[in-house]
Design a protein around this ligand. Structure first.
Ligand code: DQA
Length: 146
């Protein structure tokens, strides 16, 4: 069965490629999504993608995903660390969501060690730069195929 996966990105990730490149790398978000899309085509998966700096828009996109996509690779940016509203939206979506981070949040400032979202996600991938997205995508597809 062919699947549809949403690649969802939160605040400040539109600046990838120019933002703190020593932490987040030099690839732009478009580069990352294009490379996932190319990979997805080889396994017959359709990619939708959406980025917003606004919490409510991310919530709306998760709601819209109910019944229209099969799973979500989600980098929630700093919302990871404090957004109970996004946590509730993930639960309400009833979708498998993989929390995904470019950086190893556990090796950084203390406030990044806490995630209020991981407990309602299928799993977490962090610390592998753009590769985190591919690892999260592959794990999601394995999950959907089992
Ligand atoms: C991030 C980690 C977050 O702590 C940070 O606020 C981001 C990016 C990451 O991909 O490493 O915006 O989610």
């Amino acid at each position: 069965m062919s699947h549809t996966v949403l690649i969802l990105n939160g605040p400040n990730l539109n600046l990838l490629g120019t933002r703190e490149t020593e932490v987040y790398g030099t690839q732009t978000l478009d580069d990352i999504v294009a490379s996932i899309r190319a990979h997805a085509e080889t396994v017959d998966v359709t990619i939708e993608d959406y980025q917003s700096n606004i919490e409510g828009e991310l919530i709306n996109r998760l709601h819209a995903g109910r019944g229209t996509v099969d799973g979500v690779v989600f980098n929630p940016g700093a919302f990871t660390h404090y957004s109970y509203a996004l946590r509730d939206a993930i639960s309400a979506s009833e979708l498998p969501v993989i929390e995904t981070h470019l950086s190893n949040v556990h090796a950084r400032e203390e406030f990044r060690h806490r995630t209020v979202l991981a407990g309602v996600c299928l799993g977490v991938v962090a610390g592998f730069g753009a590769t985190s997205y591919r690892l999260a995508f592959d794990a999601l597809i394995d999950h959907l195929n089992t």
